[in-house]
Ligand binder design. Structure first.
Ligand SMILES: C[S@@+](CC[C@H](N)C(=O)[O-])C[C@H]1O[C@@H](n2cnc3c(N)ncnc32)[C@H](O)[C@@H]1O
Length: 305
């Protein structure tokens, strides 16, 4: 039986499933030819690019992922090391939840949310709660308050898939060759060098004051961090790595705003459209312009010109 394709096991704000073709255009030609490629993704989130890329290019034998959200990284580690136990916990949570009426489901959700916020769970149980909350909360958002407590309300889906056994096993197969770390993106500098490709997808700079969605963790990501990230790109580039970075195109909303044009003036800047799915405000959903930046000139889209 052919194994299912691995896809993100959580819904994640800023998920890149719709932008994969744009990332693909910017990959260096040697990605499919070299046996020495190392792939690094310092802001892994839901991992849409990682899962797609490692299945498309099986020649890539080494990959490193990182994110500042420790609970999310705990789920990656659990799927890598302990998928069976995770699946059996998810299965029983799913049975409990689906058998309840709407009011009881909400109470159950709030109980599990308190349990998750107690931070008193082993890594596998914490991962099961993380996936359960992600599947059953409002819009699949992940948002925490200033104390780091998950505070998204219940979502009222009729039949949410809480235990996706086939996908967890498919992700497990991919993650077997992936090194997993948690912390700030800068710690991944140690992998920079020739034959290394970084895909960087940080929290986006808000295009307006009301549209900001950056509460993936209690630490925010502000302009100083965006500047720190551009310096990081300079360093990995000097060490010989290829990088591809995504961000919001603030300039297309506010013509005088040259924040990214200035920060990345030494590199190629591409403007693309993408459909942003996760937004609490329905009027903010739709097509938005995004920026893609790369230091790589040996790529497909370059040849289109
Ligand atoms: C736009 S999301 C990445 C989305 C991902 N590409 C996907 O397809 O789901 C940004 C991620 O950066 C993480 N993050 C925020 N600040 C960080 C930091 N200083 N270092 C590393 N990761 C950080 C967030 O937890 C979040 O998962």
């Amino acid at each position: 039986m052919k194994m299912q394709q691995a896809k993100p096991f959580v819904k994640w704000a800023g998920g890149k499933t719709q932008l994969l073709h744009e990332v693909e255009k910017l990959l260096p030609d040697w990605i499919s030819l070299s046996k020495k490629v190392t792939y690094v993704e310092p802001f892994i989130g839901g991992g849409a690019v990682l899962f797609w890329l490692l299945q498309k290019y099986p020649n890539i034998k080494r990959a490193i992922i990182n994110d500042i959200n420790k609970d999310l990284i705990g789920v990656y580690k659990t799927i890598k090391q302990n998928p069976e136990e995770l699946i059996s916990l998810l299965y029983s949570i799913q049975q409990d939840y689906i058998s309840k009426n709407e009011n009881d489901r909400k109470d159950y959700f709030l109980q599990q949310r308190d349990r998750f916020n107690s931070k008193d769970n082993d890594i596998v149980f914490n991962s099961a709660l993380f996936i359960f909350l992600n599947r059953t909360c409002f819009n699949g958002l992940y948002r925490v308050n200033s104390k780091g407590q998950f505070n998204v309300p219940h979502g009222k889906y009729a039949n949410p898939k809480i235990c996706d056994k086939e996908n967890i096993f498919a992700c497990h197969e991919i993650l077997r060759k992936v090194e997993i770390s948690d912390g700030d993106f800068e710690k991944t500098i140690q992998y920079a060098g020739k034959d290394t490709i970084y895909y960087l997808d940080p929290p986006y700079k808000p295009i307006s004051l009301t549209s900001s969605f950056t509460a993936y963790s209690k630490e925010s990501f502000d302009d100083k961090d965006q500047i720190r990230l551009s310096k990081f790109c300079d360093s990995i580039s000097e060490k010989g790595s290829v990088f591809i970075l995504s961000n919001s195109d603030v300039n297309s909303h506010e013509q005088k705003n040259l924040f990214f044009d200035d920060l990345y003036s030494s590199y190629q800047i591409y403007r693309v459209s993408a459909t942003r799915m996760i937004s609490a405000n329905a009027s903010n959903r739709g097509t938005l312009n995004e920026l893609m930046v790369s230091n790589n000139v040996n790529n497909l889209s370059y040849k289109y010109k």
